[in-house]
Design a protein around this ligand. Structure first.
Ligand SMILES: Cc1ncc(COP(=O)(O)O)c(C=O)c1O
Length: 382
């Protein structure tokens, strides 16, 4: 028997629910991906670049043209001027960027603060580096940060804090005041930040995304991570980027070059071309997804689910305690998928220790209007 390095890791709930949705023919509002395609101009560009012979290794740190476009976008949206040679690295997916950042920083015995509920890739990456996660809970229903609890969780061994705003699964967003509070907490300590901002463009109701890239003090000790998969509706492309000050980028690249070496070449060409031609794409995204959120929420308002429209991401959390108060959320998710034809994700899987009375499921509304209407109709019958 091999002694597993990750004994507690099995098949993720995302794989399980998507498989079950496919087997049962349920509408798949579980895993976070759109059921529509990316912009035609972007798709068309990939084919063109493949045929034009852009098929060999890209530079390790990413295609210059793509890093340039990322730099321009960041300057436009967040006002930070980056050195694209030293501060931007293109990675095969945000997940790989997260993994490399953690491996670059965390040593055996180090502690990493994560906020529950949290995205599932953080903890295994920390474990593989020899560190361990200290879980600080966010409190439903708002899932707001409790900075006093963060203060209490910090020890001399704390090496890294992992932020995720807009937040998967709750959709909560951090404010500039949150970032100031965090800066004050870690000011005199040797603590770094990983800011997972893959949903940076999915912030609703006129709010601005409070990026760590806007915060001078925090940025100097941060890896900021984003995903073209989320931004361009092409999650299967697994292409993302990491922005970090030169010394941190240098360490990240040492890992990245031995995990994958580089991202996929023709995808990078296509993304660079699309970003240059369509800078409006990212500014139109909040409106695009807010419309979907509003449609789904308006329809769901006729159901017995309770919810507050999400502030960010393409996920909507819903409380089903008025429907099946005693049913644990994993069973509820299976029941909704098998019996009601709508697949979702139970929120407890995002916790180390879920609250006993948690009665929340997560729906992904990155779906066509007809899918959302049909799903809501089914949910209203429950
Ligand atoms: C919070 C969060 N971070 C990272 C990722 C992964 O992004 P990518 O597909 O680019 O690896 C996801 C995808 O669901 C996510 O929700």
């Amino acid at each position: 028997m091999i002694a597993s390095k990750l004994p507690h890791v099995g098949t993720t709930i995302f794989t399980t629910m998507s498989r079950l949705a496919a087997e049962t023919g349920a509408l798949n509002l579980s895993q976070g991906f759109p059921d529509f395609d990316g912009p035609p101009a972007l798709l068309e560009a990939v084919g063109r670049h493949v045929l034009a012979g852009h098929n060999q290794y890209a530079p390790m740190i990413g295609l210059p043209a793509l890093r340039e476009q990322v730099g321009l976008k960041i300057q436009r949206l967040y006002g930070r001027i980056l050195d694209i040679e030293q501060e931007i690295t293109i990675t095969p997916g945000a997940t790989q960027g997260i993994f490399c950042a953690i491996q670059a920083l965390v040593r055996a015995g180090d502690e990493v603060i994560v906020f529950d509920p949290c995205y599932d890739s953080y903890e295994p990456s920390v474990q593989l580096s020899g560190g361990h996660c200290v879980h600080v809970p966010l409190q439903p229903p708002e899932f707001a940060m409790d900075w006093q609890r963060v203060r209490e969780a910090i020890t001399p061994r704390t090496r890294l804090i992992i932020l995720n705003s807009p937040h998967n699964p709750s959709g909560a967003v951090l404010s500039p005041t949150d970032l100031d509070q965090l800066a004050a907490l870690i000011r005199d300590r040797d603590i770094y930040l990983l800011s997972d901002e893959v949903y940076e463009h999915l912030v609703f109701d006129g709010q601005q995304h409070a990026s760590v890239l806007c915060h001078d003090e925090l940025y100097h000790r941060a890896f900021v991570i984003s995903s073209f998969g989320k931004t361009c509706h092409v999650t299967g492309w697994k292409t993302g980027y990491v922005v970090a000050p030169p010394a941190l980028s240098e360490e990240l690249r040492k890992i990245h070059q031995y995990v994958s070496f580089a991202g996929v070449t023709p995808l990078q060409w296509a993304l660079a071309e699309f970003m240059a031609a369509h800078p409006e794409h990212v500014t139109e995204l909040p409106g695009f997804y807010q419309q979907k959120r509003d449609l789904f929420c308006q329809q769901l308002a006729h159901s017995r689910f309770k919810f507050v429209p999400t502030a960010g991401t393409y996920f909507q959390i819903a409380d089903y305690s008025a429907i099946c108060p005693d049913l644990p959320d994993l069973e509820m998710a299976f029941w909704l998928t098998r019996e009601q034809g709508v697949a979702c994700i139970p929120v407890s899987v995002f916790y180390q220790r879920p609250p006993a009375d948690l009665r929340l499921v997560r729906f992904c509304f990155a779906k066509r209007e007809d899918t959302l209407r049909q799903a809501a109709e089914r949910l209203c019958r429950v």
